[in-house]
Ligand binder design. Structure first.
Ligand SMILES: Nc1ncnc2c1ncn2[C@@H]1O[C@H](COP(=O)(O)OP(=O)(O)O)[C@@H](O)[C@H]1O
Ligand SMILES: [Mg+2]
Length: 300
C-alpha cells in the first residue's frame, strides 16, 4: 500500500511517480535584449512528479525565461537540459523532445474547430506532421483515426468534449485557455509549461484549472507554471521560484516563499536593502508622482 518513497509535499503524487529525477534543468540562463538583461543567470530544476511555480512582478522575465526553455529564444548564456540531454534552440525540436507549453497570449487557430486545434497539436512534433495534418495527406489519413481518438480523450480530460466542433474563436476565454492545454498535451509531453493559465478566468474556472493541473501531474507530467493568482500558485505548487528583475530572488515551498519579506516587498514595490533595481523603483515612483501632480483631469 505504501512505497519507500514518500512525497513530503501536499497533494498526493500520482501512482508510480518517482520524485527526485530532474526533468528540466536550466543552468545559468541569461537573456539580454540589447542593453536590457531580461533574465539573469537563472538556475531552475523541475523534478519528475513536481508542480513548480514561477512568480514575479510584471516584467520580471518569466515569459522570456519560458521562451529560453522552449527554444523560441537562444539564451545569451546558459544551458537547458531535458531529462539529461541539452536541448537545441529550435522550438519544434524542444516539443519533440517532450516539452509542451501554453502561451500568455493565447495562440490557437481561431478559424479551426476545437478538435482540429488538438489534432494540429498532435502533429506539431515535426514540420511534416503539421503539413500532413493541415492538408489531410495520406500519412495523416492513416493515423487520423488514432489521433482523433486521442484528441477526444484530451477534450474529455479538459472538459471540452461537448465543444469539439465549435470554432476556437467562439469559445469563451477560459475555454480557449483550456483548449491550449489540451493542444499542448496532444504532443505527449513529459513537461508542461503554463504561462498564466488562469488569466481572465472566473474563480470557478480557476478551480477547475487547478484540478486539471493536479490531474496532469498525476499522469506523470511535470509542470512549471507562471501565474499571478497567488492562491492558485500556493495551493498547487510543490515549490515556488520568485523572479525579480530577471534574477531568482527566492525559491522554496509555499510557506517559505510567503514568509519571505523580500517577496512581499517585490510585490508591493517596496524596495528593501540591496534589492535589484531598488534605485530604478524609486526613480520611477518619483517620476510617477511628478507626472500625476502635473496632469489634472487625466483619469479614466
Ligand atoms: N522580444 C523582446 N525584445 C525586447 N525586450 C523584451 C522582449 N521580450 C521581453 N522584453 C523585456 O524583457 C523584460 C521581461 O519581460 P517578460 O519576460 O515578458 O516579463 P514577465 O513575463 O515576467 O512579465 C521586460 O522588460 C520586457 O519589456
Ligand atoms: Mg509574461
Amino acid at each position: 500500500m505504501t512505497t519507500d518513497i514518500q512525497p513530503t509535499d501536499s497533494g498526493a503524487a500520482g501512482p508510480g511517480t518517482a520524485t527526485g529525477t530532474a526533468v528540466l534543468e536550466a543552468t545559468g540562463v541569461t537573456k539580454k535584449f540589447g542593453g536590457l538583461t531580461a533574465v539573469k543567470n537563472v538556475d531552475l530544476r523541475v523534478n519528475s512528479g513536481e508542480i513548480v511555480g514561477l512568480i514575479g512582478p510584471n516584467g520580471a522575465g518569466k515569459t522570456t525565461f519560458f521562451n529560453c526553455l522552449t527554444g523560441l529564444y537562444v539564451p545569451t548564456e546558459g544551458t537547458v537540459s531535458y531529462k539529461g540531454t541539452v536541448l537545441p534552440h529550435q522550438s519544434h525540436l524542444v516539443t519533440k523532445a517532450g516539452i509542451a507549453r501554453t502561451f500568455q497570449n493565447i495562440r490557437l487557430f481561431a478559424n479551426m474547430t476545437v478538435l482540429e486545434n488538438v489534432l494540429v497539436g498532435r502533429h506539431t512534433r515535426t514540420k511534416e506532421g503539421l503539413w500532413s495534418a493541415l492538408l489531410r495527406g495520406p500519412g495523416f489519413k492513416k493515423a487520423e483515426k488514432e489521433s482523433e481518438a486521442r484528441a477526444m480523450e484530451l477534450l474529455e480530460f479538459t472538459g471540452l468534449a461537448g465543444k469539439r466542433d465549435h470554432l476556437a474563436r467562439n469559445l469563451p476565454y477560459g475555454e480557449q485557455r483550456k483548449l491550449e492545454i489540451a493542444r499542448a498535451l496532444a504532443s505527449d509531453p513529459g513537461l508542461l509549461l503554463l504561462d498564466e493559465p488562469t488569466a481572465g478566468m472566473n474563480p470557478q474556472e480557476t478551480r477547475t484549472t487547478q484540478d486539471l493541473v493536479f490531474a496532469i501531474r498525476d499522469q506523470g507530467i511535470a509542470v512549471l507554471v507562471i501565474e499571478h493568482d497567488m492562491r492558485f500558485i500556493f495551493n498547487l505548487c510543490d515549490r515556488v521560484s520568485v523572479l525579480v528583475q530577471g534574477e531568482k530572488l527566492v525559491e522554496g515551498t509555499a510557506e517559505v516563499v510567503q514568509a519571505d519579506e523580500r517577496v512581499v516587498a517585490a510585490y508591493l514595490g517596496t524596495p528593501y536593502e540591496g534589492a535589484p533595481g531598488a534605485e530604478e523603483v524609486s526613480e520611477v515612483e518619483a517620476a510617477e508622482a511628478h507626472s500625476t501632480a502635473g496632469t489634472e483631469g487625466d483619469t479614466k
